[in-house]
Design a protein around this ligand. Structure first.
Ligand SMILES: NC(=O)C1=CN([C@@H]2O[C@H](COP(=O)(O)OP(=O)(O)OC[C@H]3O[C@@H](n4cnc5c(N)ncnc54)[C@H](O)[C@@H]3O)[C@@H](O)[C@H]2O)C=CC1
Ligand SMILES: N[C@@H](CC=O)C(=O)O
Ligand code: NA
Length: 922
């Protein structure tokens, strides 16, 4: 379907219309052609299309002349080029060797070609797959006087003969086979001569290896003709003229080729032409090839000669990816790329065209479409000029950076010294020496202080480069004008590519931020002033992680976090359950992909089988039962973290173990984020605590512990908010223990204390050992945590604590034994309760941080029955912050402060906070 409209400055007046935009839906791809008045072939590929009032929708098969007729006053002279077929646009298709691999595939190529509704089609084909290599091989054999070239040639013959027999019949088959026979006997004679001479000139070789294209083009022509459509084949050597250059490349002679093309068209007529890719002639009519640029280049040159409406390159991938899909599984196929972006990407080895292929078509703004012959439903990637009216207003950075690429196995060379500044010729001397050893410089960077120049070269070339520089600058090094020539091995390049990065602020900031948050150090940076590419040099081992971090940061994919869960007890198991329920929604709605790569208890652990997919959280308990291995924390951390697939790792410590807490420092230093409800690190000895916090502040690695105080209640974050906004904390007083809150809320005259403790344990409020609650240690830990947040340098032992654990039970060997004995000691607290009750008061177990006096206390206090602390129920915590701003009425946070769901929820929300710090949308 074509829709046609005017998009000129005065669209309402067709007479002065300067451009006609033609939108066409071909194979699901909307294209926007812009046909300039008087000429065909200037066009754009685009996004928004303004259909003016004079627009007219026509049916399939519209021609240029119809367009001009449809719009009064706009004349198209219908000329592509004088002498070339008039009145219609050409579309060019190129099919590579894989597309032409078998009879069946050649048939598909014919079907695709026939399905293109364009009036004129130029089909460029490669040799059947492997044939060019076979031909090179038999050449090599003949030159080496290995007479098996004869049987190798028979193999080539047989492959084509069998394919032709599958595809063709009757006269077509007979004609093709007779050509094939005669070509093969010519080749035999030629190879015999090469065999005798033991040498083949370049033109001999080029003549031999070009035969694959001759045969594939002829076969395809016959197959297309079978459908009843006229089709002619073209030996591109009759038309394409190229001049070989020194560097295994050729320069097309467009003028001469155009003349020959016109001549060819004067002798042949057909709406569909199948031409040989890869091969061409020199100006002296000697057969040659397009060397390494191959058939894609042929297609581009022909595209520009016929001013094609489009060049489609058929291949075996769905298009150009935003990053190497083997490294970034979320990489997406890019729908559009500008010419500049395409050549930037192709430099990095992305599956894009060779840059030289882009130049000829770029001159005429001809779009190149990359499509997968094996997946026709994939729309492919369109490479074209940027639509001129597209601007950045309202665009996200995502649209600005198109893709990322990496190059491994590089070394950086750093030439440093004070004698370079202001001395013209230093750079030239450095690179002169590099050139002399034939090394390829991949990236260069020099800061404007001119004291050092650094550049990247392939690792295998660096020894020679270093030696050459040492020799070249021996004198300067001895004299101290240069201080060193240093080699930094094992480097990789990570590059961001996008034409619209130019003049868009914030791109590099976002890029570097993502790299920093993945805890990756950048060794060198380069950005040319065209701004199409920002190149970073990283340690090779960090490269894939860096690639994944930046890819996900620019919203090209999800923020992916590898998680290791330590201690799948009550909280850990509840967290795993919540993760399981929420994972899909997080992925869909918030672009966060959380993968639990390992779960370890104190005895057993399980790790992801694939190293990429997370553990199936609906079955982790069964897997733990059946497939667990012996717990090994070092191995666990290594496997979860040292997986280059994930830019970020978080370890979630759901134990109450100080041995685990002792690892946090080391983990943070390795760039592993830590999240925990475990109070041991923050309430442990002061020095390691201060070191840990200092490290956390310096690095981009995060350590979150909201659930250590008040479980899921926002206690730490509230306190941080007050402090960071400049409020001064005077006092924090509260009921910090869910267990003890529950106990004293339910401990009434009719009930035994031990009975209420058992109930609290049953409800999951208590610490693994309830004595940690009853002793007041747990509350004291929370007091310490908050006191330290306020800047007080207190140790746990500085806090006077009223213990509720009867003296004789402090040494009980287990929590169970303690629980069994507790009823024997109910009397003491029953008396205290009675005393309070008779004065109209209740007992409450509280903790206090006194910032003014720089101390804290944990005690059992009596409160009047109308005091807010007396009104609690369940396991509620209540925390009152008295501050300079909240002086008369404290700021109060209240709610359930213990229990599996709320605690796990608090840990989970720290995980999401981490994801948002790492770049997930928040
Ligand atoms: N239960 C609650 O309401 C709250 C608990 N917390 C804290 O959450 C953490 C977990 O508490 P719960 O789940 O209730 O305890 P739990 O005893 O049910 O779970 C702890 C788990 O950690 C495992 N573990 C112990 N040492 C380990 C080691 N070295 N390596 C691997 N695994 C180990 C245990 O085997 C157990 O499975 C504790 O630090 C606790 O203070 C914090 C706020 C509220
Ligand atoms: N056992 C603790 C749990 C939270 O830290 C409590 O009872 O508050
Ligand atoms: Na909390």
């Amino acid at each position: 379907m074509l829709s046609l409209g005017l998009a000129s400055p005065s669209a309402s007046s067709p007479v002065v219309a300067r451009e006609v935009l033609l939108r066409r839906n071909y194979g699901g791809n909307p294209f926007l052609y812009c046909l300039r008045q008087g000429k065909v072939g200037r066009w754009a590929c685009g996004h928004t299309l303004r259909i003016a009032s004079a627009s007219k929708t026509t049916s399939k098969g519209i021609s240029c002349s119809q367009i001009s007729a449809a719009i009064t006053g706009v004349s198209f002279d219908q000329t592509l080029q004088d002498g070339l077929p008039k009145g219609a646009m050409w579309s060019v298709h190129k099919f590579g060797g894989t597309c032409m691999g078998t009879a069946q595939r050649i048939q598909s190529v014919a079907d695709i070609s026939l399905g293109d509704p364009s009036e004129r089609k130029l089909i460029i084909v490669s040799a059947m797959s492997k044939v060019t290599d076979m031909l090179y091989d038999l050449l090599f054999k003949a030159q080496s006087r290995d007479d098996s070239y004869m049987s190798a040639l028979d193999g080539v013959f047989e492959k084509h003969m069998l394919t032709a027999k599958e595809l063709l019949t009757g006269d077509d088959l007979a004609t093709f086979l007779s050509h094939l026979h005669s070509d093969i006997s010519n080749l035999k004679a030629m190879l015999r001569a090469i065999y005798i001479a033991g040498h083949a000139t370049e033109s001999f070789s080029d003549f031999v290896v070009g035969h694959g294209e001759l045969w594939s083009a002829q076969m395809l022509t016959y197959v297309i003709k079978k459908s009843g459509r006229p089709c002619t084949w073209m030996d591109a050597r009759d038309v394409l003229v190229v001049n070989p250059t020194s560097s295994n490349q050729v320069d097309p002679d467009f003028e001469e080729s155009e003349k020959r093309l016109k001549k060819w068209f004067s002798q042949h007529s057909a709406a569909t032409v199948v031409a040989t890719g890869f091969i061409a002639s020199t100006p002296q009519n000697i057969p040659t090839t397009l060397k390494r640029d191959g058939s894609d280049f042929s297609a581009a040159i022909f595209g520009s000669l016929v001013k094609a409406s489009q060049v489609t390159i058929w291949t075996d991938v769905d298009g150009v990816y935003s990053a190497d899909p083997r490294k970034v599984s979320e990489a997406v196929i890019l729908r559009t790329l500008s010419y500049q972006e395409a050549w930037e990407m192709s430099y990095f080895g992305a599956n894009v065209l060779h840059p030289r292929t882009i130049i000829p078509v770029m001159k005429y703004n001809i779009p190149i479409l990359i499509r997968n012959i094996f997946n026709l439903s994939a729309p492919g990637t369109i490479i074209c000029q940027q639509p001129p009216d597209e601007n950045l207003n309202g665009q996200s950075l995502k649209a600005v950076v198109k893709a990322f690429a990496t190059i491994d196995n590089l070394a950086l060379v750093n030439v440093e010294g004070t004698g370079m500044a202001g001395v013209p010729g230093t750079a030239s001397a450095i690179f002169g020496a590099v050139k002399a050893v034939g090394a390829n410089v991949i990236m260069i960077s020099q800061a404007s202080s001119e004291h050092s120049v650094c550049f990247a070269v392939p690792e295998k070339e660096v020894a020679a480069v270093s030696e050459a520089l040492q020799t070249r600058f021996r004198e300067a090094l001895v004299a101290g004008r240069l201080s060193k020539v240093e080699v930094i091995p094992n480097c990789s390049i990570l590059a961001a590519v996008g034409q619209k990065m130019a003049s868009t602020p914030g791109v590099s900031a976002t890029l570097f931020d993502a790299i920093a948050k993945a805890n990756i150090n950048v060794r060198a940076i380069a950005q040319g002033c065209s701004e199409y590419n920002i190149t970073l040099v990283l340690k090779q081992e960090d490269c894939v992680r860096g690639l994944r971090a930046v890819h996900s940061r620019f919203y090209l994919s999800k923020t992916t976090l590898a998680m290791g869960i330590i201690g799948p007890g009550l909280i850990g198991a509840t967290l795993l359950n919540q993760l399981k329920d929420q994972a899909a929604a997080l992925k869909e709605k918030f672009n966060i992909d959380l993968r639990v790569m390992g779960i370890t208890g104190s005895k057993k652990m399980i790790l992801s089988d694939t190293g990429i997919d997370g553990i199936d959280l609906s079955q982790w308990k069964e897997i733990m039962g059946e497939k667990a291995e012996a717990a090994d924390l070092n191995k666990f951390v290594k496997v979860v973290h040292e997986n280059h697939f994930f830019p970020n790792t978080v370890l979630v410590d759901c134990t109450a173990d100080s041995n685990i807490a002792n690892h946090y420092y080391d983990w943070l230093r390795k760039g592993i984020h830590v999240i925990t409800p475990n109070k041991k690190a923050n309430s442990g000895p002061l020095d390691p605590y201060l070191k840990l916090r200092a490290l956390q502040r310096q690095s981009y690695t995060h350590y979150f512990y909201e659930a250590t105080v008040g479980a899921g209640l926002p206690i730490i974050s509230t306190l941080r908010g007050l402090l960071e906004t400049g409020d001064k904390i005077l006092r924090i007083e509260g009921i910090f223990s869910g267990t003890l809150s529950y106990i004293f809320n339910n401990f009434i005259q009719s009930r035994a204390f031990s009975d209420v403790v058992a109930e609290a344990k049953q409800a999951g409020y208590t610490e693994p050992d309830p004595r940690d609650d009853l002793s007041g240690t747990d509350v004291a830990r929370k007091v310490i945590i908050l006191a330290r947040e306020c800047g007080l340098k207190l140790e746990l032992s500085d806090i006077p604590v009223r213990s509720l654990v009867p003296e004789p039970l402090r040494a009980s060997s287990s929590a169970d034994e303690f629980m069994q004995q507790l009823p024997n000691f109910d009397g003491e607290l029953a008396k205290e309760l009675n005393d309070a009750d008779s004065s109209g008061e209740v007992l409450r177990y509280v903790g206090v941080v006194d910032v003014i006096d720089q101390n804290g206390v944990v005690e059992l206090r009596r409160y009047k029955k109308d005091h807010p602390f007396s009104q609690l129920s369940g396991s509620d915590n209540i925390i009152a912050f008295t501050t300079t701003r909240y002086k008369d009425q404290p700021l109060i946070v209240r709610g359930p402060g213990a229990g599996a769901e709320v605690t796990a929820g608090g840990v989970f929300s720290d995980i999401l906070r981490l994801a948002s710090y790492l770049g997930a949308p928040s």
